[in-house]
Design a protein around this ligand. Structure first.
Ligand code: PLP
Length: 413
């Protein structure tokens, strides 16, 4: 008799975005005339940049000729892309990395969910609250939490780091003993970003208290303020305590193309039960070699083209386009009376609900009265209650229209 992984049964409901999609579908069916604008899920709308498309066409042609055809590639990624990553994302910021410290993947969601496999079964972890749900849900599935505590809306055994207006929505190092901490900077969902000083405190805390930081910088390209680091490795000593993940989804529109990378520095170690230090890099290498057969060649050529001068120019123009939307949301809703956070170093605006309304109630109100889809903050953790996340990934026209519709509800008059 096969037994199920009962950890899956601890998950109380559907994946957040599946629940939203169901609600929106039901509303659309009942009101086919409604012109619904989606500022909910963080999916991009701009097409791939011409430099990336050119590189993909070229790679497709190579695949059609025996002399240039590629089969299985290296599980860690082709050297041409690993080198482009080091040169484009790190050398320019004064960070040295070895080629074998960079692992190309097929999406940060996969990478961030799987990285925990190289740590012990008794892993204790901390997450910001609210946070990108994958960190938490994947740990539940791996059995790294207790039961779902419906009364408190949290899992037993998890260390939650509250992000509130009082701390600027920036998680502070845990007081409890943990093995790893997931940090997302700039943060999804709150759109806020930690400064160099704040991140330096984190690295110091990780060293003093012996935990590893899993640093997700999927939104790095959206940073506009000079004191926000683009990589945790800008902080001295971070290589000893941090693993960094990045994605091409939001910087180059790869949500449907799929490419990412993980940096596991050789200096980063965890421990055997007898106290012996073990490098994490060869463990992640072994994991990838066994579980993963590499990101498609065509996609890796596409990612390489992101680092070309034309690729950079074209992709940054798209990021600027989205950031203009972010400012339209931030400024328009602030003018309408809302309290809005984020949207300065991030494509996300974190909007406080009016009059203490619950997140899902305000989500329903905006869907029904403004035909605007948002994401309820409570879906990202208990401290997300009372907020909504709005994304800047729509078209400018739709963003302007959505903000106008919400402002026209005159909820503060
Ligand atoms: N990490 C964060 C913080 C995200 O918000 C997302 C996607 O929204 C991801 C990772 C997933 O990225 P990818 O598309 O590369 O799987």
């Amino acid at each position: 008799m096969a037994h199920v992984n009962e950890n899956y049964l601890k998950l109380p409901g559907n994946y957040l975005f599946a629940t939203i999609a169901k609600k929106v579908e039901a509303y659309s069916k009942a009101h086919p005339e409604a012109n619904i604008i989606r500022l909910g899920i963080g999916d991009v709308t701009r097409p791939l940049a011409p430099a990336i498309i050119d590189a993909m066409h070229k790679a497709v042609d190579e695949m059609g000729k025996a002399e240039t055809f590629r089969g299985y590639g290296p599980e860690q990624g082709y050297d041409f892309l690993r080198q482009a990553i080091i040169d484009g994302d790190y050398k320019t910021r004064g960070i040295d990395l070895d080629l074998d410290e960079v692992f190309v993947g097929d999406g940060a969601k996969t990478d961030v969910a799987c990285i925990q496999e190289i740590f012990g079964d008794d892993l204790k972890f901390a997450v910001a609250d609210p946070v990108y749900p994958v960190y938490l849900d994947s740990n539940v599935m791996f059995g790294h939490t207790g039961e779902w505590n419906a009364e408190k809306g949290i899992y037993d055994g998890v260390v939650y780091l509250p992000c509130t207006p009082e701390n600027g929505f920036k998680a502070e190092p845990p007081k409890e003993k943990v093995d790893i901490v997931y940090l997302c900077n700039p943060s999804n969902p709150t759109g806020t970003a930690m400064s160099k000083e704040e991140l330096t405190n984190w690295v110091k805390a990780a060293k003093e208290n012996n935990f590893i930081i899993i640093y997700d910088s999927a939104y790095e390209t959206y940073i506009t303020e000079p004191d926000v680091p683009h990589s945790i490795f800008e902080i001295e000593g971070a290589k000893e305590v941090a693993i960094e993940l990045r994605s091409y989804s939001k910087c180059a529109g790869f949500t449907g193309t799929r490419c990412s990378y993980v940096v596991v520095p050789h200096a980063c170690v965890a421990y055997k039960k007898d106290g012996t230090a073990v490098e994490l890099n060869p463990l992640w290498n072994r994991r990838q070699c066994t579980f993963f057969n590499g990101t498609p060649y065509i996609v890796q050529r596409a990612a390489e083209a992101y680092y070309s001068p034309e690729g950079q120019k074209q992709c940054l123009a798209d990021v600027e386009y989205y950031m203009e939307n972010a400012h339209i949301i931030r400024d328009g809703l602030t003018e309408a009376g809302f309290t809005v956070y984020g949207a300065t170093n991030s494509p996300y605006a974190w909007v406080q609900t009016p009059n203490g309304m619950k997140s899902w109630d305000f989500f329903d109100l905006l869907l029904e009265k403004a035909h605007v889809v948002t994401t309820p903050g409570s879906g990202f953790g208990p401290h997300g209650e009372g907020y909504l996340r709005l994304t800047a990934f729509g078209t400018k026209e739709n963003t302007v229209e959505a903000v106008k519709r919400i402002a026209d509800l005159k909820l503060f008059k």
